[in-house]
Write a protein that binds this ligand. Structure first.
Ligand code: ZN
Length: 107
């Protein structure tokens, strides 16, 4: 049984408040969930962000791992629309060498 796939249902709904209480009881088995649960509120929707710029590195940095990877929606909590914008902005920023494609290799 794939435990990764189970969040799809709640992702389809953009409003993150109603279905909060629904799934809480989950039988303990296997390994626990990977990311801690926190309220699913898209930070950009909360700020009413309409456009994202690749020059806002400080902001974009919060949405990449220290390895330089773009964080998944499960981690960021961003809605589909804004996650797309983030991904696009990060990719542009990478192209402009504002963000790394990959972490620097350390030995
Ligand atoms: Zn959003």
């Amino acid at each position: 049984m794939a435990e990764e796939e189970r969040t799809n249902k709640e992702d389809t709904q953009a409003s993150g408040e109603a279905e909060q209480t629904q799934r809480r009881s989950r039988p303990q088995r296997g390994r626990g969930r990977r990311y801690s649960r926190r309220p699913r509120v898209c930070q950009f929707c909360a700020d009413k962000t309409k456009s994202l710029d690749y020059k806002q590195i400080d902001l974009l940095k919060r949405y990449v791992t220290d390895q330089g990877k773009i964080r998944s929606r499960r981690e960021t909590g961003a809605c589909a629309k804004h996650q797309r914008m983030v991904a696009k902005a990060v990719k542009r920023a990478r192209h402009m060498a504002l963000l790394p494609f990959a972490a620097e290799r350390y030995r």
